[in-house]
Design a binder for this molecule. Structure first.
Ligand code: HAM
Length: 419
């Protein structure tokens, strides 16, 4: 019997794991410089939390949630995204009582029952950030500049920052009406989901992925033409801050995002090298969600980065730092093997990566392994070396070699002498 992973999920293991760890560590460094601290929320939550926040008529809630009933009959969902759990925690733990703004980062697996394809998985990983308590668009621009720095640190280029404002409850009714008017005479051609959404939530029609619907919505009214004065000023101020911080943004008035909780600013970072699933990061404001979850009125903004998409972009670039052993200790014979084992354990105590050869491996095969691991140094110990108290060393990068006393190994590895 051979077991395989489920459809749409994937294992992450060496050497790819090193790219993942690098992305995580760069995100942590950059986000920390912007004052974000880690928050770890559970992977499971009450289903209601996601229905209420993401929205009943969204694809995520209608089609993609992994929902089950537990043994006590509770409705539970594997989180399809990270914002709702963070907001639930923010309200439940009364984090709004702490000095504002509160800024959180998180990372981990998300689950959506989507049709798997390149860049789209059923279990995928996000790194996200959420900032609570600031309405002014300065923080929107800070978030974009944080993302810019993050991508720069990873050496990722050719990214587009697309921004939009989708208004607030004050400007929505006019826009909704304009959409209904626009769609009314062509409704027949839309997919059954969109026809249903026409009455329930016409904005969602703009997010439908069905080819006919995409075609039929060409020329539909742009939300930016319906913004109320406050939303328009907010959006203009965001653009001026974005210019101040040299964020290379473009306005995409057609971007509505697939989640209902957004108000005002929305954004996506896209890359043309990713094919149809081209968003590497996406987010926006959700100024009403904290209140909706029972907290005090608290403006908020955040985003999430898709790890699989970032790592696939990084894999395209040649220079990957794959960690390698500092030293490989090749030993011949039992007593040399014992000596090698003791040296390796001592070096590991100091945090150095040391590998040893194992019984039955010829010197040749041990050296081959050292080579395959790209060890920096090879130490060779045999009976002669034990007798003389010296170990032969070789630097694999240039082939230089020499001898040092067993008791000089630690200093040697700290500052190796010239051969
Ligand atoms: P989202 O646009 O649904 O937003 O997801 C954010 C990012 O996660 C996407 O741009 C993409 O890179 C990645 N992603 C989404 N679905 C998949 C999938 N099936 N497979 C692989 N990657 C995927 C959110 O999740 C919001 N919570 C972002 C946010 C935070 N808004 C405010 N705060």
């Amino acid at each position: 019997m051979k077991y395989t992973a489920l459809k749409g999920v994937h294992d992450i293991f060496p050497p790819d794991i090193h790219i993942w760890q690098k992305v995580e560590s760069v995100a942590k460094d950059v986000f920390t410089a912007y004052g974000f601290q880690e928050l770890r929320a559970p992977v499971i939550e009450s289903t209601d939390i996601f229905i209420r926040s993401i929205g009943e008529t969204t694809d995520i809630v209608e089609k993609e949630m992994y929902t089950f009933t537990d043994k006590a009959g509770r409705h539970i969902t594997l989180r399809p995204e990270g914002t709702a759990p963070v907001v639930r925690c923010f309200v439940e733990q009364h984090l709004y009582n702490l000095p504002s703004p509160q800024k959180f980062l998180y990372s981990g697996p998300m689950f959506r029952y989507e049709r798997p394809q390149a860049g789209r998985f059923r279990q995928f990983y996000q790194i996200g950030a959420e900032a609570f308590g600031v309405a002014e668009p300065k923080i929107d621009a800070e978030i974009l500049s944080m993302l810019k720095l993050f991508f720069e640190r990873l050496g990722l280029k050719e990214l587009n920052f697309e921004i939009n404002s989708i208004g607030c409850p004050k400007c929505r009714p006019d826009y909704r009406k304009a959409l209904l008017d626009f769609f009314s005479d062509r409704l027949e051609g839309f997919c059954p989901d969109c026809r249903r959404r026409y009455d329930q939530n016409p904005l969602r029609i703009l997010d439908c992925k069905v080819a006919e619907c995409i075609k039929l919505r060409e020329g539909s009214p742009h939300v930016t033409n319906f913004l109320c004065t406050e939303c328009r000023e907010h959006f203009e101020a965001l653009q001026s801050y974005a210019e101040l911080l040299a964020i290379p943004y473009a306005i995409n008035p057609e971007m509505v995002r697939g989640l209902d909780y957004y108000t005002r600013t929305t954004f996506e970072v896209t890359c043309k090298h990713l094919g149809s699933q081209n968003a590497v990061a996406a987010g926006g404001r959700y100024d009403l969600l904290v209140e909706d979850f029972g907290g005090p009125p608290t403006p908020a903004i955040g985003f999430a980065i898709g790890m699989e998409r970032i790592t696939s972009l990084l894999k395209l670039s040649a220079d990957q730092d794959i960690p390698s052993p500092k030293v490989f200790i090749a030993a011949l014979g039992e007593s040399a093997g014992r000596e090698g084992l003791v040296i390796a354990v001592r070096l590991r105590l100091k945090g150095l990566w040391a590998e040893i050869g194992y019984a039955g491996n010829s010197l040749k095969s041990q050296l081959r392994r050292a080579d395959r691991l790209s060890a920096q140094y090879v130490f060779i110990i045999g009976d002669d070396e034990i007798r003389s108290g010296k170990v032969k060393w070789k630097l694999l990068s240039d082939g230089s070699q020499g001898e040092i006393g067993f008791n000089e190994i630690d200093t040697f590895l700290a500052v190796p002498p010239k051969a």
